[in-house]
Design a protein around this ligand. Structure first.
Ligand code: ADP
Length: 329
């Protein structure tokens, strides 16, 4: 390990943007690693909005006791549109300075990373990001904290729907989260043996979907499940339902899983990932090469330049798409 950066004596941690299961594990790991390093640690409530309100709470080892198993975040989170303004970020920096906070750890998605990056660029604040989002859509990391749990939650729900679909010989369109990210839909589709997966911002091929359903029925399948990512505009699953009825007389049922995918106890994989990332985040802060983000790369948790994680992953994992299509015949 590189030499410890002695100028870091007090750090703060906040969650920002959408919550994800495992954020608490990351907070716990940050707080306990920092305390072990002799640092003072503040939690900031409600993300950047709480920072601007001065909503700080000093954390000790027991303040993060008994939280590892809980979804959501004990610090709460928020969206704070004012943070897009340079003047607001300047104010935030001065609030941190008045509190003698030398470095900030931000748990969130790309938006939250962008806010942290600007603080670093504009004011030289040492920042470290931890990827906390169910969408697994942050560049530079193979996995984000919360994705595994969200997929597991959706898979369990679809398994239940499949029981009914099978018993009544029905078609279901199940809408999962992912306004811009195909990751949840792809994984849930593969793990539930879905007959079709509809990705966000993809033109929906209604003829292909109904041809696939008819082909399945012909070879004796008693049910069909179409997994559809929610996409930018609400209601896509109802549109698919309508088109299937119109074009092929197929009576599909719609189930929108919605926010149940965000909550719930984090899986062991998310707990382990978040714990490792919280630990690495504090070490990286002390090593001083900020701004960085923690990332899971080929089985290792590492810190990478924050700049490499500011964008959304835009690959459609084509080989997995081929996998899904090959297995759903
Ligand atoms: P996520 O972090 O999950 O991607 P959002 O995109 O909603 O969620 O971003 C969370 C918050 O991060 C925003 O409400 C805002 O406070 C801050 N943020 C987002 N984008 C920027 C940006 N370009 N510059 C500064 N702050 C930003």
């Amino acid at each position: 390990m590189n030499q410890k950066n002695e100028s870091i004596k007090t750090i703060a941690v906040l969650c920002s943007g959408g919550d994800s299961p495992g954020m608490n594990c990351a907070i716990r790991a940050v707080v306990r690693t920092a305390l072990g390093e002799g640092l003072k640690v503040y939690g900031i409530r409600r993300g950047y909005a709480g920072l601007l309100e001065g909503s700080f709470v000093e954390m000790d080892a027991s303040s993060v006791g008994n939280i590892i198993q809980h979804g959501g975040t004990i610090l709460q989170t928020s969206r704070c549109p004012e943070f897009h303004e340079a003047e607001t970020r300047k104010e935030a920096f001065h609030i941190l300075k008045r509190k003698k906070i030398d470095g900030l750890i931000v748990i969130g998605g790309n938006g939250s990373y962008n806010g942290a990056y600007q603080l670093a660029q504009e004011h030289g604040l040492p920042v470290v990001g931890i990827p906390g989002t169910i969408d697994n859509d942050i560049e530079g990391t193979d996995y984000t904290v919360g994705f595994d749990t969200a997929v597991q939650t959706a898979v369990e729900a679809v398994d239940k729907i499949r029981d009914t679909a099978h018993s009544h010989a029905r078609t279901f369109v199940v809408e999962v989260m992912g306004r811009k990210s195909p990751a949840i839909a792809l994984h849930v589709g593969v793990c539930t043996g879905a007959e079709n997966i509809v990705f966000p911002s993809e033109d929906v091929d209604y003829d292909q979907i109904s041809a696939d359903i008819r082909r399945g029925l012909k070879r004796g399948k008693s049910s069909s499940i179409i997994i559809c990512a929610e996409g930018e505009e609400p209601g896509l699953s109802y549109k698919i339902q309508e088109k299937l009825k119109e074009s092929s007389g197929i009576d599909a049922h719609v189930c929108i899983l919605g926010h149940i995918q965000r909550g719930g106890n984090p899986s062991a994989i998310d707990r382990f990932l978040a714990s490792r990332m919280g630990f690495v985040a504090v070490k990286a802060m002390l090593e001083g090469n900020t701004p960085v983000a923690t990332a899971y790369v080929k089985g290792e948790v590492v810190s990478i330049p924050l700049e490499n994680s500011l964008k959304k992953k835009d690959d459609y994992l084509p080989h997995f798409v081929e996998l899904a299509r090959s297995l759903s015949i």
